[in-house]
Design a protein around this ligand. Structure first.
Ligand code: HEC
Length: 177
């Protein structure tokens, strides 16, 4: 290894969230200067980026929900969430079978269904308990797309027949005993 690289690896440096005598306020980490713009979709309002309005979870998805958003959410969900929560979100997955400490919950349970969308967004954005954050893998729009897709999964498992379009209702009556 070159001596320069060696010096960089072994340099003195404070650890995140620890104290450091280097700065006057004794903190190792710096507060961003005023008017700093977030690198996380800076054009979107903070409520959309944070999933919170006045400290409360957003109670609706703040983006326009259309076919494209749902398809993006479906694609991202299958890649980033299904491994643990299962392809239909019911918590049934080979990974879940091995996570004995805390099993990834079903996202179709009445508890999770009662969550405001902002709470699901926050779980993806910040992580939740043993679940890591997916903020680096998913942009703000993609996180909301995943939330929309989770809602679609919830609906797909318990939509009242009367709420379906007539063609589908007819098909159900023809196929179900
Ligand atoms: C590595 C496995 C894993 C992956 C991947 C994963 N989760 Fe989780 N998730 C968990 C576990 C475990 C918990 C429960 C954590 C706890 O209670 O400590 C959880 C909890 C949750 C909760 C409940 C949060 C609450 O407030 O109660 C939601 C919603 C959720 N996950 C959604 C998602 C979504 C959406 C994705 C994809 C972006 C995802 N998870 C990816 C393992 C995972």
């Amino acid at each position: 290894m070159s001596p320069n690289l060696e010096r960089m690896i072994r340099q003195e440096r404070p650890a995140s969230y620890r104290s450091s005598p280097f700065f006057a306020d004794g903190r190792a980490m710096r507060i961003p200067p005023p008017k700093t713009v977030s690198a996380d979709s800076p054009r979107l309002p903070p409520t959309v980026r944070e999933g919170l309005a006045e400290g409360r979870y957003l109670d609706r998805i703040p983006l326009t929900i259309n076919q494209a958003l749902l398809e993006r959410g479906h694609d991202r969900f299958d890649i980033y969430c299904a491994a643990c929560h299962g392809l239909i979100g019911n918590g049934d997955s080979p990974v879940a079978d091995h996570m004995t400490l805390r099993r990834p919950p079903s996202l179709l349970s009445s508890e999770v269904r009662s969550y405001p969308p902002g709470r699901i967004y926050r779980a993806v954005y910040q992580g939740y308990g043993l679940m890591p954050s997916y903020a680096h893998e998913l942009s703000v729009e993609e996180r909301w797309a995943v939330v929309a897709y989770v809602q679609a999964l919830e609906l797909s498992q318990r939509v009242p027949i009367d709420a379906l379009p007539r063609v589908l209702r007819q098909r159900i009556h023809e196929t179900l005993p």
